[in-house]
Design a protein around this ligand. Structure first.
Ligand SMILES: [Cu+2]
Length: 341
């Protein structure tokens, strides 16, 4: 295992450590940095209502996760643009409700792990440090050489580097691939991996929703379900969005034990970009069926203010936590004018 090495407890990894590993680049912001800047600028004309950031007291923060994208650190090395990410696996306890707590494996202290975001053609470098007590790995969906497939165990206290070109564009995911994989995923080691197309999509309020399940008594059946880690959070704290604002949902189904779920949006229809691998929608729907690890871009805007639910149409799954709502906030005429200018 030539790619393994032990690291100390420093966080974030120091420049000295990276230099030792030959990982410190020139730090020049090139085309990829510019793309990221333009991406963020185009978002500035998108209207996003203020967020109620009240978080559960266990370290999860579903409100922050909605619009939180990790673009990594951009570097230039030998004429190539590198996008470098750091992911550390750890352990933590989350509260599923006022009575039930659950031990999970996390990535960078959160469940799901960070939403990593690159542009097609970037060189992606992921520094993975395992501090979660068992052997783990990170397997990325996408196209890459066999040695970067992330199925080799990285034991506790060890680190490795996954490096590959970001292709093809779309909504992908990453997850631990150590057996039993079902358990390693269900305990929390997963996240979304977005590769943006060469020409950016139109400006929109972009939101991440990851559906997951929790089997707290280890009987092979989920007892609770969640969007972005916390059961029922978006029911109790609706996601504010603006009326007539284009919403771009990145939705991932990472629910283990249930072979398939649906995603249903109330009082609306959405354009479906399957796997995010197209610039034109394949269909319009208000329910989409998603097998394990399926993920799509769903786009819509709400015509009328008010609260609207979203959930899998398997009601038992919804009722046990995988349920939330949007709160559509009316835009004043002046705001609309600004938005359309
Ligand atoms: Cu694992």
């Amino acid at each position: 295992m030539p790619n393994n090495f032990a690291l100390g407890n420093e966080k974030p990894w120091s420049r000295r450590q990276l230099l030792k590993l030959g990982l410190a680049g020139a730090g020049v912001i090139g085309a990829a940095g510019l793309w990221q800047m333009l991406n963020l600028q185009s978002k500035s004309i998108v209207k996003v209502p203020p967020l109620d950031m009240e978080a559960p007291d266990d370290g999860t923060n579903p409100m922050k996760m909605l619009r939180d994208f990790d673009y990594g650190t951009v570097k230039q090395e030998n004429g190539r643009t590198i996008r470098e990410f750091q992911l550390t696996a750890g352990t933590s306890i989350i509260k599923l409700n006022s009575a039930v707590s659950y031990n999970i494996w996390d990535l960078n202290g959160r469940i799901p792990g960070p939403t990593l975001r690159a542009k097609q053609g970037d060189r992606v470098r992921v520094l993975f440090l395992n501090k979660a007590g068992h052997s783990h790995s990170l397997h990325f969906h996408g196209v890459h050489p066999a040695e970067m497939d992330g199925v080799r165990p990285i034991s506790n206290g060890k680190a490795t580097i996954y490096e590959f070109d970001a292709e093809p564009y779309g909504v992908h995911l990453y997850h631990c691939h150590i057996e039993p994989v079902t358990r390693h995923i269900a305990k929390g080691l997963y996240g979304m991996f977005i590769i943006d197309p060469p020409t950016p999509r139109p400006p929109a309020d972009e939101i991440v929703l990851v559906m997951a399940g929790y089997d707290v008594n280890d009987d092979g059946h989920n007892d609770y379900y969640a969007f972005n880690g916390s059961p029922h959070h978006y029911m109790d704290h609706p996601i504010p969005i603006y009326q007539d604002q284009l919403i771009r949902l990145y939705v991932l189904n990472i629910i283990e034990y249930d072979p398939v779920v649906t995603f249903h949006l109330h009082a609306n229809f959405f354009d479906v970009y399957r796997y995010g691998m197209s610039m034109t929608p394949s269909e319009k729907a208000d329910v989409i069926t998603m097998g394990m690890a399926e993920r799509h871009i769903l786009e819509f805007a709400f015509r009328y203010p008010g609260k609207y639910m979203f959930h899998p149409h398997q009601d038992a799954i919804a009722e046990n936590g995988c349920m939330g709502q949007f709160e559509v906030v009316a835009q004043s005429k002046s705001q609309k004018t600004v938005n359309n200018s």
